[in-house]
Ligand binder design. Structure first.
Ligand code: PMP
Length: 378
């Protein structure tokens, strides 16, 4: 099997799973007023502190655990709107965001709960600090720009955007760092809100969180108990928190070496994409090395993805979050790609276990498929 779909999700790391199982011994509800409850609470809080420390955010941020980046993105955007009811309601974002941002923005815009301004991407699909600066004014409450695009790997200059936003003291900067955390070395302490999902870095599915800069007023969007300082009600899970921490620690510890390995794999495949008569690239070397997106010039992506799958090679055509409902990539369309290109794109995404040998084998298999499909006249 060749699994090049790590941007959709990956396996939980053995160490994270072991940590989950060990932590399960402390199964008591962290809010329970007995010894087992206090112990679970104590371990949970130590894990929260360790996660903040791992990313150098201990003095600047707090961490709210949530069910993943979808929830964290919803909480960030709607929690800020509710937290600052008397400020301006202008939001800057882009049409290239993940649906868990984009669909919230569309909802707010449609219901006149915010004035949403969509920024224009550069040619590679990133949003530049200059583009953000051009649209900043005193009415801007929130800027939400993802760090790494999940379809193309386009990498926006998050530190530069944070500086552009900081020139307006009332504006708050949120980044969806789901495809960046543990993968791209980023300085995040100037970013007000940072969302992530643990399953993208070897942690368990169904968990993640939101880093919130101290002093930011974030309102709850779910109603329930007092957990997570009342910002995110629901029984906390120490096993999910600690296994996420262990997975993130493994990734952060080897971030450079993993980055270099992914870069070698991406370069080899990009050379093939650039050299093939069948393909055209939608990613650039400036982007995350973990994601490579290309379009097929003469063939249907769905046919090729299925043929690859039949040979146990797993890749995505459009991202898993929208593939069942929309037959094309909204990201590539917004980048101005042609209909043929945005309807026939393939995303390869790599993880800790990906190798150069797999990349070479992928090329051999897909070229064989191109030939078979041609012979069948498809
Ligand atoms: N944002 C980005 C950039 C993503 O890639 C994903 C997952 N595809 C999400 C948010 C949502 O993560 P989850 O499905 O774990 O909530």
């Amino acid at each position: 099997m060749i699994y090049f779909d790590h941007a959709a999700t990956g396996p939980i790391s053995p160490k994270a799973l072991e940590a989950f199982n060990l932590a399960n011994g402390h199964f008591a509800n962290p809010e329970s007023l007995h010894k087992a409850g206090y112990e679970a609470k104590n371990y949970l809080e130590r894990t929260r502190e360790a996660t903040l420390a791992l990313l150098g955010l201990s003095s600047s941020h707090r961490l709210i655990f949530a069910s993943g980046a979808t929830e964290a993105n919803n909480l960030a955007i709607r929690g800020i709107l509710q937290g600052y009811p008397s400020r301006g309601h202008k939001i800057l974002t882009s049409k290239l965001e993940h649906p868990s941002v984009l669909n919230v923005m569309e909802y707010l815009d449609r219901n006149k709960l915010a004035k949403v301004v969509y920024l224009s991407p550069d040619e590679d699909g990133s949003i530049s600090p200059e583009e953000v600066a051009r649209h900043m004014d005193d009415e801007v409450l929130l800027v939400s720009i993802m760090a790494v695009n999940n379809e193309t790997g386009a990498l926006s200059d998050i530190e530069g955007i944070a500086r552009a936003v900081k020139k307006y003291p009332k504006a708050i900067f949120h980044t969806d760092a789901t495809q960046a955390l543990g993968k791209i070395p980023l300085k995040l302490d100037e970013v007000d809100l940072i969302s992530y999902s643990s399953h993208k870095f070897g942690g368990p599915k169904g968990t993640g969180g939101l880093f919130v800069r101290k002093g930011i007023l974030l309102s709850n969007i779910l109603y329930g108990g007092d957990q997570e300082e009342g910002t995110r009600p629901g029984t906390e899970s120490y096993p999910l928190a600690v296994s996420s921490y262990i997975a993130l620690e493994e990734e952060v510890r080897s971030i450079r070496e993993n980055h270099e390995r992914a870069d070698r794999i991406r370069r080899l495949l990009l050379d093939w994409v650039d050299g093939s008569k069948e393909t055209t690239s939608n990613s650039t070397l400036k982007g995350s090395p973990y994601i490579l997106n290309f379009s097929l010039k003469h063939k249907k992506a769905s046919v090729i993805v299925e043929a690859l799958s039949n040979k146990s090679v797993y890749v995505s055509s459009v991202s898993a979050c929208s593939s069942k409902h929309s037959p094309y990539s909204h990201v590539l369309k917004e980048m101005g790609k042609s209909q043929g290109d945005y309807e026939n794109s393939i995303r390869l995404s790599f993880g800790q276990s990906s190798t150069l040998d797999e990349a070479r084998e992928f090329i051999r298999i897909i070229e064989g498929i191109f030939k078979e499909v041609k012979d069948r006249g498809q």
